[in-house]
Design a binder for this molecule. Structure first.
Ligand code: HEC
Length: 132
C-alpha cells in the first residue's frame, strides 16, 4: 500500500515536470542556440539608437533631438550621483514598464516587446551603466 502511494506521488511529480518543460516562458531559450554576446550587444545598440537616442542623446546626456520639448527633460544618464541612486533592477524596470508606471515622467515610454527579451534589456542596462 505504501509503495503504491510513493509510486503515485512520483507519477504526479513526473507529470508536473513535463508540465514545467512545456512552459512557454522557457521555450524560446531552448528553441535555438543561446544568443551570442555580440548579437545581444548589437541588438541593444540598434534598440538604443532607434528608441532611446531621440530623447536621451547618443551619449545619454539628455540632449537628444526630442529632448527640448520634454518637461522635465531626460536627465544626464552619465551622472555618477544618479547612477549611485538606482539599482540595476530599477533601470531594467523603467525600460520595460516606462516612466508612468513607476511614478516618473510619462514621456519615458514603456517597451512591452522587450519583456520577452531579457537579454536585450540587460544589455541596455549595461550600456547605461557603461556611460558613467
Ligand atoms: C520620448 C522620450 C524618451 C524616450 C524615447 C526614452 N526615454 Fe528614457 N526617459 C525620458 C524621460 C523624460 C525620463 C524621465 C526623466 C529622467 O529621469 O531622466 C526618462 C527616464 C529614463 C530612465 C530613468 C532615469 C531615472 O530618473 O531614474 C532611464 C534608465 C531611461 N529613461 C532609459 C531609456 C532607454 C534605455 C530608452 C530606450 C529604450 C529610453 N529611455 C527612451 C524620455 C525618454
Amino acid at each position: 500500500m505504501r509503495v503504491r502511494v510513493v509510486v503515485a506521488v512520483m507519477w504526479v511529480g513526473a507529470l508536473a515536470g513535463v508540465g514545467c518543460n512545456a512552459h512557454p516562458a522557457s521555450a524560446p531559450e531552448r528553441a535555438g542556440p543561446l544568443p551570442s554576446v555580440t548579437t545581444t550587444a548589437e541588438e541593444a545598440r540598434v534598440v538604443f539608437e532607434n528608441r532611446c537616442v531621440p530623447c536621451h542623446g547618443p551619449a545619454g546626456g539628455g540632449n537628444g533631438p526630442a529632448a527640448a520639448v520634454l518637461h522635465p527633460p531626460p536627465r544626464d544618464l552619465r551622472d555618477a550621483a544618479w547612477q549611485a541612486t538606482v539599482t540595476d533592477a530599477q533601470i531594467e524596470d523603467i525600460i520595460r514598464r516606462g516612466g508612468a508606471a513607476l511614478g516618473k515622467s510619462p514621456f519615458m515610454p514603456a517597451n512591452p516587446d522587450l519583456v520577452a527579451r531579457p537579454h536585450v534589456v540587460a544589455a541596455l542596462r549595461a550600456r547605461i551603466r557603461g556611460l558613467r
